[in-house]
Design a protein around this ligand. Structure first.
Ligand code: ADP
Length: 546
């Protein structure tokens, strides 16, 4: 039987229209590089995004399906690009501003970027990329820092100046591209993941499910996750769909800056990676010794992108803050799984609840998940058997831009994405990441999870941050090196930390090698740069007895 439903393609333009029509008084609040605060209503964002779309088509001659790049912090102009570029039927290509000039040049050529929108304060990045391009794109500069533009550059404000009251969105199929993001390329060249209107819309709706992000119109969402990374978890789309306010921190992501912004804006949700939240936690703990925190009622935090240690969840709980933990990747748009706390879990003792929240959780609706061993055999959901996490679903990438249709390293023959994450799944379907396959440490033929050691080290009160990587050992091949940043004013040495960790580990897992450092290098998205750490300690030999 044929359905009687209308065939209406899903499009992010529907969100833009809805925001303009119903939520014109909701707004984005942001911080500029000089830390001053600005506000912009969704009525303005709506008007300006459409002006941008019109300018892209009429002034720049951007054709449907062409990529338009952004190199920008999280701010209102970037939000306008999120909607204005797709409204021109073009493809929003957000570029990670911390990539090397060579990487940026490579992905701009690979994406075929026809125009670049870049922050004035990031022009030095562009100056290094431009000489590497044979055909540099047209450049439009966002007055984010506000200083006068250097000669020869076109301003965003001039570019979008014409009114677009009569602007008509081009008609598009819902499977056309809306945006693209490149994976960080920790192995090989960065790879382009291309999202469709359909995938983005389904993902944005899913983000509003109470057990996932639970975005509602009354929310004020602090988006610390960079807008150049996995569409900032599609939160800009979820937020404008329901009329929730956005708070965009610009380049200021230190703990004190974020705490100040959370209190000032009365944010109800803050979204970011664990390393950023570790800094916020330190600021909260330092502040509370002088005055009570002024958080909005029900303030909660969404975290993902890297494992969230149970001990951090517990420390936030002391402030009455609920931490909602999820797992995903650029290829999964990014929602893959979320830790749902069921009514029956309320009866668990607190430590077990924190441990549950530290798991990566159950697959999101419409996402299928399995774990398989090296022979591609599916592993049981018993909470013990490990395997590679594989997923498929309507917002999971099935290939890469400009790459062969089938890459067996990344996709299985039966159409699942190979994530490279090693995990267990328990009988209830809760997934727990053991490690990324490339971060596991193979010691004497036995695997040691870097995540498990990091989480354990973090339980020591003097440890602020801990990252674990493999170093060489003549007999055991690899041994774990624990790299530690201590909390301000606290002292710790390797043998004390070893003694603290040992009772919780099997003998072969107990680390003997420790390094105390001022800071641990991170990716642009705040994750530990394990490749850099491995390089840094490449020549170090483990002291574990043979
Ligand atoms: P990259 O880190 O390479 O820049 P992604 O942001 O796509 O690229 O990272 C995805 C990876 O991050 C996942 O494959 C997984 O290893 C890790 N990850 C994401 N969320 C979590 C989480 N909640 N717990 C543990 N690891 C996570």
């Amino acid at each position: 039987m044929k359905s009687t439903m209308m065939q209406v393609p899903l499009s992010t333009n529907q969100i833009l229209e809805r925001a303009g029509r119903y939520f014109g008084t909701s707004d984005v609040m942001g911080r500029r590089p000089d830390k001053s605060i600005y506000q912009r209503s969704y009525a303005e964002v709506y008007r300006r995004a459409r002006q941008l779309a019109q300018a892209l088509r009429e002034k720049a001659g951007i054709a449907p399906g062409e990529a338009v790049a952004t190199i920008s912090w999280n701010h209102a102009w970037h939000l306008e690009c999120y909607f204005g570029i797709p409204a021109a039927a073009a493809v929003l290509h957000t570029i990670n501003l911390r990539l090397t000039p060579e990487e940026i040049a490579y992905i701009m050529v690979d994406a075929g970027d026809r125009l670049l929108i870049i922050d004035d304060v990031l022009l030095p990045v562009w100056e290094k990329v431009r000489p590497l391009l044979r055909q540099p794109p047209r450049v439009v500069v966002v007055p984010f820092g506000g200083a006068a533009l250097p000669g020869g550059y076109e301003s965003f404000e001039d570019f979008i100046a014409d009114d677009a009251i009569a602007y008509q969105y081009p008609v598009q199929d819902e499977n056309e591209a809306v945006g693209m993001c490149y994976t960080s390329g920790t192995t090989g060249r960065p790879k382009g993941v291309v999202y469709s209107h359909r995938s983005m819309m389904l993902h944005a709706i899913t983000g509003c499910i109470p057990d996932i992000f639970g975005i509602a119109g009354r929310d004020k969402i602090l988006v610390v996750t960079p807008m150049f990374h996995a569409n900032a978890w599609a939160l800009p789309f979820s937020a404008l769909m329901v009329g929730a306010d956005l708070i965009l921190p610009g380049p200021h992501m230190g703990g004190d800056d974020l705490l100040e912004l959370i209190e000032r804006s009365q944010a109800t949700i803050a979204v970011g990676v664990p390393t950023i939240w570790a800094m916020l936690l330190q600021s909260m703990e330092a502040t509370v010794s002088t005055r009570p925190l002024a958080l909005a009622k029900g303030f909660r935090m969404l975290v993902g992108g890297a494992p969230m240690p149970a001990v951090m969840i517990e420390r936030f709980a002391k402030f009455g803050i609920n931490v909602v933990h999820g797992w995903g990747m650029t290829e999964t748009s990014p929602i893959g799984s979320f830790t749902i706390i069921k009514t029956k879990h309320d009866a668990l003792p607190p430590e077990q609840q924190y441990a549950l929240r530290a798991m990566q959780g159950v697959a999101a609706p419409f996402v299928d998940m399995r774990i398989t061993n090296a022979r591609s055999e599916e592993q049981p959901w018993d909470g013990v058997s490990t395997g590679e996490v594989q997923v498929r679903g309507p917002w999971i990438s099935g290939s890469y831009h400009n790459a062969p249709d089938h890459d067996p390293e990344k996709f299985t023959a039966d159409g699942w994405l190979r994530t490279g994450d090693i995990a267990t799944i328990n009988a209830e379907g809760y997934m727990r990441i053991v490690d990324r396959s490339k971060d596991l440490i193979k010691s004497g033929g036995e695997w040691i999870s870097s995540i498990e050691l990091e989480n354990l080290a973090l339980k020591h009160p003097a440890v602020a941050e801990a990252a674990v990587v493999a170093i060489a050992h003549p007999k055991w091949d690899e041994r774990p090196l624990v790299i530690v940043v201590t909390r301000p004013g606290m002292e710790l040495d390797g043998s004390t930390l070893r003694a603290f960790m040992a009772p919780h580990l099997a003998r072969f897992q107990v680390p003997d090698d420790f390094e105390f450092v001022e800071s641990i290098p991170r990716t642009a998205t705040g994750k530990f740069l394990k490749n850099t750490l491995r390089d840094l300690y490449r020549h170090r030999q483990s002291i574990t007895p043979g």
